[in-house]
Design a protein around this ligand. Sequence first.
Ligand code: SF4
Length: 417
Amino acid sequence: MDAGDKLKSVSEHMVLEAAEDYTPPSAAQRAPCGFSPDELKHFARDGAAGAASATAPPKRTSLSEEKKSALGVTYAAMPGGKRIALLKTLLTSACERDCYYCPFRAGRDFRRVTFKPDEMARAFLELQRARIAEGMFLSSGIIGGGARIQDQLIATAEVLRLKLGYRGYLHLKIMPGAERAQVERAMQLADRLSINLEAPNSSRLARLAPHKVFTEELVQPLRWVEEVRRTQPARLGWNGRWPSTTTQFVVGGADETDLELLSTTESLHRQVRLSRAYFSAFHPVSDTPLENRPAENPWREFRLYQSSFLLRDYGFDLEELQFSREGNLPLEVDPKIAWARINLADAPVEVNRADRQALLRVPGIGPKTVDAVLAARRRGRLLHMNELKALGVIVKRAAPYLLVDGRQAARQLSLFD
Ligand code: SF4
């Protein structure tokens, strides 16, 4: 089998991790309150309701999009917002572990493929030279223990960086069972490191992946990364910066609650400076112990993203979010709107006087828009909603909670209908 066929084989079975990208649920899966696709795009732009999404391909190449996708190439938004074609693949699709949700778990019957580090590095570089892929996200199944596979991942990164002179984006997975020295080496080679917690705590994890150890195997590497970043600021990564870290949760696979997921996410933001958590709605995979479990509603995933951004970027505390008695976010309402209905409906925010934090709490206003509003205020008083619209405010969402020059913004809305 050549490298291209191996990549296709991995991709065929891979349930792609969100990694750098996230696409909001489609209009067909619209929540009861019915946001339009346009509104969803606004959310993504403002960051309040979903990260930048993986959508339009940035460059044309001779290979069709279908063929690229068959190799495992997907379009992803980078931390700075730039979109690139990312090869997401595995060093081996063989695995000795038996996570209940995973298509690569031991014992599932399909043909496994394995790359040697040099082979993987060269295969990727060929795709990069042909402008089919611009960056790589490399993970792996586990054979012979996590530390052994981590060595192979590092060896691939070393071939790319040191032998082949690759200077593009590289996201490396940290394997459960990796050692501290390996994590430190990976930090010197990658732009981003991730380790999937899968579940918010050890008891939920036991229902998804009985042989993964929550604190020692999964949380500990994130702590090591943060310790290195904090104590060795001068010994930086390959491009002069230490890599960022992310994690992923399977949502809806272990009856975990949104409150559990967001509590763990919030403490990871705080304690190990996690850049972000990805939430992946559970989908049953045939021939696994969870094959009969129903797929999770993608709107749950979406509400978790919205809430995690409120916690990370908007100054919200977990206690301020609305949860049901069972500890879940309502699916039918944006969590920022749910908060604003209770807290701002009778106390709208004057756009000319409010500080950054208060403006950020208004639905339809995100971090970039706040900067634009504050800059415009320095030039003169804002008098009309059309000025706010030009600055990027989503006026229909913001109007019920804003005063513009002392007048209720909602009254001016008819101008936009
Ligand atoms: S260790 Fe990773 S690849 Fe192996 S079964 Fe678990 S999730 Fe799948």
